[in-house]
Design a protein around this ligand. Structure first.
Ligand SMILES: C[S@@+](CC[C@H](N)C(=O)[O-])C[C@H]1O[C@@H](n2cnc3c(N)ncnc32)[C@H](O)[C@@H]1O
Length: 307
């Protein structure tokens, strides 16, 4: 069996990368990259799809891709795979990109890619609580070895804080009702510890949408995931610090799936003189990509170049 034939079965992921051609274009196409990129950071390695494409697009001559992911399941999977020697994946938040560069005695990268949110592998994992369609512990952490699971987060916050998080991060109109029901259940000494317990509360509190297009628990689960992982805080701090670790001319390519994330990216690129915005409006996946990969439908891609 040739290497090409062996490769797909060696890579154990069900995640389909979003906007793959666009990511490769903004990182490596000579129209954008005046000099071929040598050091690329894939800050959200996930199933490694973007990294594999980037490895094909960059030169063989001393170039490297540095992958980062907060999820220990990702680094365990990478350790069991045969992969390109130009790739190194660290178990770390993308906020730690400068430390990862330091491991190679580097201070800057020529491009950084962030593909925010969660992967299909995480959604499929019954132990993580990411999917409201599969019962399991209500965890929702990207890194189950650090921080607190969503069940404990709910026990540690009061009704107003829970309602505010569900409203702000989930844009859920019925956030107050949901928070009240969660706290009432906890007062009866019944902490919410499983996915199904929270789904049941959402079903009771959220009227079914007229066209039934969104599950009553969707927004609440999204909000708790964002809160438990401090997703917006990490994104803000990274955008503040990234100009220090992206080389002049280097690109920051960010795919977001949530309006709050997209706003943070848009404002950070616009308000910091060190960035030149290359995408005036966010790029969206093509119709054929959305038909192929429905998960891509809410993706927005923005790019800025370090001046
Ligand atoms: C949408 S997936 C990335 C998929 C990947 N681009 C691909 O093509 O296979 C997002 C990944 O980002 C990771 N992640 C989320 N927050 C992170 C953070 N602060 N630092 C590093 N990785 C993070 C998640 O664990 C998940 O594996």
């Amino acid at each position: 069996m040739s290497n090409e034939e062996a490769e797909p079965s060696e890579i154990d992921t069900c995640h389909v990368s979003v906007m793959p051609d666009e990511v490769v274009y903004w990182v490596a196409n000579p129209e954008v990259a005046t000099t071929p990129p040598k050091v690329v950071i894939d800050g959200t390695y996930g199933g490694g799809g973007h990294s594999r494409l980037l490895l094909k697009a960059i030169s063989d001559d001393g170039a490297r891709v540095i992958g980062l992911d907060r999820d220990p399941a990702v680094s365990a999977r990478v350790a069991s795979e045969t992969h390109d020697p130009r790739l190194t994946v660290f178990l770390a938040s993308y906020e730690q990109a400068a430390k990862a560069l330091d491991q190679f005695d580097l201070t800057t990268a020529d491009a950084m890619v962030l593909d925010l949110g969660l992967s299909s592998d995480q959604l499929a994992d019954r132990e993580r609580g990411f999917s409201y369609t599969v019962d399991g512990p209500l965890d929702l952490r990207f890194d189950p070895e650090n921080g607190v699971p969503a069940s404990r987060w709910l026990a540690q916050h009061d009704e107003k804080q829970i309602a505010d998080a569900i409203y702000q991060y989930g844009e859920e109109r019925f956030s107050r009702r949901i928070a009240r029901a969660i706290v009432a259940k906890q007062r009866e000494r019944q902490p919410i510890s499983t996915v199904n317990e929270l789904v049941e509360i959402c079903r009771r509190c959220v009227p079914r949408s007229r066209n039934h297009d969104i599950h009553p628990a969707t927004r609440t689960f999204q909000a708790l995931r964002i809160a438990v992982n401090d997703e917006l805080g990490i994104l803000e701090r990274t955008l503040r610090d990234a100009p220090d670790w992206i080389a002049p001319g280097g690109r920051m390519v960010i795919i977001s799936f949530h309006s709050l994330e997209d706003r943070i990216v848009k404002n950070a690129f616009r308000d910091d003189d060190r960035w030149e915005v290359l995408t005036k409006k966010p790029l969206r996946p093509s119709e054929s990509e959305v038909a192929h990969n429905p998960r891509s439908r809410s993706a927005k891609l923005r790019v800025a170049r370090r001046r």
